[in-house]
Design a protein around this ligand. Sequence first.
Ligand SMILES: Nc1nc2c(ncn2[C@@H]2O[C@H](COP(=O)(O)OP(=O)(O)OP(=O)(O)O)[C@@H](O)[C@H]2O)c(=O)[nH]1
Ligand SMILES: [Mg+2]
Length: 540
Amino acid sequence: MGRSFEEDPLTAALAPPPNETPAQREVRERAESEAKRVSDEIDAQLRRERESEKKRKPVKLLLLGQSESGKTATLKSESELFPPSRLVSTLPLDFQLLYCKRQWSEERTSWRCVILLNLVRNMNDILDILGREMAAANSSALPAASSSNVVKPPTAIPTSTSSSPSSSPLSSDSEFDDPPPRRQSASVGSPGSPRLPPLKFKDKHRLLRLRLAPLRRVQADLEQRLGAAATELYTTDAKSAAPFEGSPPLKREKEFSVHSTNGWKTALERFRVARRRSGEEGVLRKVRDMEDEVQGVIAGCREDMRSVWEDRVVREMLSRRKVRVEDSPGFFLNDVDRIARTDYQITDDDIIRARLRTVGVQEYRVTFEHGHSAGSEWRMYDVGGTRSSRAVWYSYFDDCDAIIFLAPVSCFDEKLAEDKRVNRLEDSYMLWKSVCACKLLARTQLVLFLNKCDLLQAKLMRGAKIRDSVPSFGDRRNDVATATRYFQQHFKEIQRTCSPVQRPFYVHLTSVIDTKSTAVTLGAVEESILRDHLRRADLM
Ligand SMILES: Nc1nc2c(ncn2[C@@H]2O[C@H](COP(=O)(O)OP(=O)(O)OP(=O)(O)O)[C@@H](O)[C@H]2O)c(=O)[nH]1
Ligand SMILES: [Mg+2]
């Protein structure tokens, strides 16, 4: 039996009059339907306002990972290649940087200097080794009393943080700074290792070194222009590995926090500022003169640089030293014919491949106009990844929506540039562990990029064995699929055991210099970060 009106006054009030005629009924129903439409519209409007209120809170995204892991390259692959003039609305992560066209073209020109520095460094690093090997070959040709097969040990690495303008980012086993004597001796045929025939250096090599001497000055000039970012940092202080672990929030220290809402690196800013003061003719002319002079010297050295790079004895020397310049960040020697010219035209690909260390923390603010993030502001922070730069990370953790953590997996057999005793993969594991365990990040979405898969593939194709550097890899298949699965599992396990609160494991295999596939990956990442961001806003 239904409830009577007396029992339910609301129903009684809303009920049609008992003697309602059909005409009255029609009027009433029309009025009710109109009232409902208005009410629905108000609800929808309120919903939209709530959504846009939530979106007004910026999405905060941090890029973390060791130095040379590809953090800046990830941002470059978005923003450098898709300035407003080239934005494609279907791109999922069309980071509409707040650049105007002029800034964009200024930045491209500034990157030219970075690429030239990278190229010149590639060459000077080889010339350094050549000089050492030639000296060693000469001394071994002297009479027994003064001869030695052992190459003079290079300068020892400093024991505390310092920077070295002549330091090179040479990859993997080059170990100039702290080489195992056996390996180095082997290159000239030491006792106890297979004796190799001596390298046959000729006058040509001496001449090439002499003719390329001006490149030293060019490197010094460019490094001076670009400042701290142009040099790599060295530290052997173990406490700097993950200094944010369990630390109280740090005050953002001025010297570390280099905010930039509309520009790239502070280093590049030096070039831009000089150009912008176009009213000050003298300053502008000086910058142009310097750039022209640098470009001119490099162009004059083009043939000799190519001769060195293509020389069979030099290649053999590098191979015996286990130096793979071509795997080092910012390698441009294969492009020497194109770049070492006075009319060199910089390409997008050059910019992605250029290497410039991030100093401090760079902030990028982006407002989306299209896609799921339309109307929302994103604040992205690109940090310096060297050990001495990590202390400042913690101060950016508060209220962070998501972290993209880059772990370069091709580096399983390499050492940190800033501390040659530390395996790079181990360093990534350790950093990831600290990030996962950090209480301040307990609710932050973590997205892992196993990066540099292209280099991993190339390395394995050359015959590098993972188990030689990662004994726990054992007898698994030495291919990219197995290796990435294995590394992935390890990272996942760390996240599972170290996170204060369980959270989903998001992982992507990336080669961030491949801008097209990186855009797709970032599209998926954007969507899931935004979803979490809105969910968090709902809970607030
Ligand atoms: N081949 C290849 N090169 C990469 C990849 N990711 C980055 N690189 C290169 O590696 C170098 C270092 O990358 P960056 O983005 O500068 O590294 P970072 O993590 O920002 O380093 P810091 O600023 O020192 O913390 C650059 O020359 C990049 O072009 C990749 O997936 N494949
Ligand atoms: Mg960087």
